[in-house]
Design a protein around this ligand. Structure first.
Ligand code: SF4
Length: 418
């Protein structure tokens, strides 16, 4: 039997797409292997959002080319964001090992068809009916926002929503096959449906999915703070499966930097949204994304970000030092911040954020929480609570079980309990 391996870089949309590619390989009679050394074909699903992921892709391609030269396999298929903007480099670095490059903008269905054609073996759809605890379901692709640091509108194109019917039928099928948790995805999920004439598409799709019988948990990624209204928050309160977790990417605490980033909200508006979330969902966890060292960011701008983090008390932050992405407006801005300074700000911010995470997580000690088990390993089970915190415990439980755990210990990254 022919063997394949998929390597995925980047966001949850890529994770979702890789899962569909995996199904295409399996349905074509291929067997999945752990290492590229053993594979006949490696599919690389690339990401261009961070410079590091692009470098990782190119280094992997170099390695595949070397393997291909010495052992005659694996061949590589490359798709995703980097394939959209750097096809020539991919072919140059991968050499003869690269058998095809599919742009990330091309519809997923047509890329799957092309892959199947390459594999050209008979379909065996039944192999796909395996049970998954949680599943990603994209509802909108692309983005119209053009935040000045972001490559997504270039690599993923403009907003394209899937119809409500298509999404609901996919979610129903997943739930019927045992999926307990659904994560709806979109680069700017609040814009869902605008391009196909839905007026309140985002909240309405959440309401419709929430009604699907058998679904236990519903999440969504990634909302945009500028489009999150109080009305949406109020309607969310009526949803029985929606998890009390808000990931609201602020990016900076300085109004000057937010304007340069073209984020479409001010610090004050963001904080007003946070106050509404805290008022309407007092039990919710709140997380965010932050970029430090954006062009023109002074020490004072950075300190405003730091004070916002301290004020909001995020459960967790995902922070990165600004890295210029090709063809974005910010990449050609003067006044880029020195690398060393970016690193210093990042480390300083992370040490504050981690201390807050420890405090927030420790507040769960003594509480009993509901954990959906995702992994069982060496006598320990790993799962998440609705607030999206990872819990580890020793228990005789299976993947997909929902168990009660009393929290006994916590650090910045997870909770432990019994
Ligand atoms: S909203 Fe998100 S995906 Fe769209 S341009 Fe801004 S950062 Fe990029």
């Amino acid at each position: 039997m022919k063997k394949f391996k998929i390597v995925t870089y980047g966001c949850q949309i890529n994770v979702y797409e890789s899962e569909r590619f995996r199904e295409a390989f399996l349905s074509s009679g291929f067997e999945e292997v752990e290492n590229e050394e053993d594979a006949d074909i490696v599919l690389l699903n690339s990401c261009a959002v961070r410079g590091k992921s692009v470098l990782k892709l190119f280094s992997k391609l170099g390695y595949i080319r070397k393997l291909f030269r010495t052992q005659g396999h694996p061949a590589a298929i490359v798709t995703g964001c980097v394939a959209t903007v750097k096809e020539k480099d991919i072919k140059r670095i991968g050499g003869k090992s690269v058998i095809d490059v599919f742009s990330g903008i091309e519809p997923l269905s047509s890329r799957i068809e092309k892959i199947k054609k390459i594999l050209s073996l008979k379909e065996k759809q039944n192999a796909l009916m395996e049970r998954k605890v949680f599943a990603y379901v994209p509802i909108i692709y692309g983005c119209n926002n053009f935040c000045t640091y972001c490559i997504v509108p270039i690599t993923k194109g403009r907003e394209r929503s899937r119809t409500k019917e298509e999404i609901l039928s996919e979610v129903k099928m997943l739930v019927k096959n045992g999926t307990k948790e659904i994560v709806l995805l979109g680069q700017n999920i609040n814009h869902y449906g605008r391009d196909i004439g839905y007026k309140n598409g985002f909240i309405e799709i959440l309401e419709a999915v929430d009604k699907i019988e058998g679904l236990k948990r519903l999440r969504y990624l990634t909302p945009h703070p500028a489009d999150f209204t109080v009305e949406i928050l109020q309607r969310m309160r009526n949803l029985k499966t929606l998890c009390p977790h808000f990931h609201l990417p602020v990016q900076s605490g300085s109004n000057k930097i937010l304007k340069l980033m073209k984020r479409g909200y001010t610090r004050e508006e963001y904080l007003a949204l946070i106050e509404n979330v805290k008022r309407l969902f007092p039990e919710a966890s709140i997380t965010t994304d932050i970029i430090v060292g954006f062009p023109y960011e002074t020490e004072n701008d950075y300190l405003e970000t730091k004070s916002l983090v301290e004020y909001v008390q995020f459960d967790k932050i995902f922070a990165a030092a600004y890295s210029p992405r090709p063809n974005t407006a910010a990449s050609v801005m003067p006044n880029q911040v020195e690398t060393q300074e970016k690193k210093r700000r990042l480390n300083d911010l992370l040490s504050l954020a981690n201390a807050i995470s420890v405090k927030k997580n420790s507040s769960y000690i003594g509480k009993t929480v509901e954990v959906l088990i995702e992994t069982v390993k060496k006598g320990e089970v790993f799962g998440r609570i609705p607030q999206d915190k990872l819990v580890i415990t020793k228990k005789d439980a299976s993947v997909g079980d929902i168990i009660e755990v009393t929290i006994t210990d916590a650090d910045a990254f997870h909770l432990r309990g019994e």
